[in-house]
Every structure is written in C-alpha cells, then in structure tokens.
Design a protein around this ligand. Sequence first.
Ligand code: ZN
Ligand code: FE
Length: 241
Amino acid sequence: MPLEILTIPCLSDNYAYAVCDTETGEVAVIDVPDATPILRTLAFKGWGLNQILITHHHDDHIAGLETLKAAIDAPVVGAKADMHRLPQLELGVEQGDVFALGNQTVCVYEVYGHTVGHVAYYFPEANALFTGDSLMVMGCGRLFEGDAETMWRSLTTLMELPPETRIYSGHEYTAANAKFALSVDPENKALIERTQRISEMRARGDDTMGSTLALEMATNPFLLAGNAEAFADIRKRKDAF
Ligand code: ZN
Ligand code: FE
C-alpha cells in the first residue's frame, strides 16, 4: 500500500515529514520544527492534514505546532509520558500502541535515551520508520535524559524490524556522522563506499533520509557497537568528536 513520503527541511538542519496514504488521501505530519515550510508543502501538494505526530518534546521538533494548528487543525499525537510537559498533545501513545492513518497501520515504539518519552512511528506496510532523534541516519541522538543502556535497548528494539525498513530521522547530520563513523571503523568497506555516496548526495543538495535498516546495521557505529558498554564508549567519543 503506497505511502507518499515528503522530507521537509526546516530550521537549520531539522526535518519534518508529510506522509500521505495515497488510497485514502489521509495525511500526517511528523514533527513540526517550523510551520511555514510544512504549510507550503501541504498547499503545493493540495493535501489536507489528519494527524500531527510528535516524536519528542524538544523545541526544535514542536516550535511550529501552534502556527500549524491555527492554519489547519488536526489532532496532535505524542508520547503519553510527555503529556505533563507537552500540553499540545491531545492523544498520548505508548509502546505497542497501534493506530491507523487511512489504510496504513502506525505502530508506536518507545525509544528512550535522547529523552524520556521519545517515540518512533513505524508504518509496516510502507516499510517506513520515523525515528526523530533516537536512531539517526549514520548516528543516534545525544543522551539528554537517558543513559547509554536505555538508548542501547531502544536501538536493539529497532534493529529487530525488517532489514528493508527505511529510516527517516529528525536531522540532516549524516555527513558529520559519517566522518565520525570512519574514525571508529576506518576499514569498513561498506562504510567507505557509503561515505562517498553521502558526500555526493549532499553536494547535489539531496537529503540522505530513507536509508535502510540493513545499511545502518552495516555502517552505523552505534548499531555496530554490539552491547551497551561498547555503545556507551562510542557515544562518549562522539560527544567529544
Ligand atoms: Zn531532540
Ligand atoms: Fe532535534
């Protein structure tokens, strides 16, 4: 079942996503860093808005909510655990919750570590996973409200998804992430090739989202860590890189 996915650059390096279940025309926006480019995209496509899905409470993922809702109102979905500090949330979700966007199934994964109350949205029929600042293309989010063990647990849960799952994260950090990855794993052939492709994509002005889980598992140093202790070590090295 086709899900059309648009990556919308916002602020300096954030991404919002607009996704449309093409059979029913239902549309969701994932994260709202800035309403203006999102509204421009929806208008350009002639899309309405049925749901607003929030990955976590950080300002760079919600700053445009009020303006977006004033222009086109739609229910705001986010982590139940964040409802106390995100009064904009109207529907709280938690691990294992399943809801629908048109004919698409949406599965909720709690992926704590970057924050407590961080969720990822998985669209199984479309093989698409919206990870916010948890698993990121070639990287992972910093540990602001969780420890390394928590983030490692979140990443291992995501690694159980099908290898063809496409990863859409909250920021375009991929080129910098690749540079760090090479410093950790300089002999990794898949990584060397991928780094080359990433710099070509960025030189063309393309985004690097929609990477596959299989590719991440072969090249993302955080997924290659293998256990929580090694993950903690790599996360510390990245913080200082
Ligand atoms: Zn964040
Ligand atoms: Fe962020």
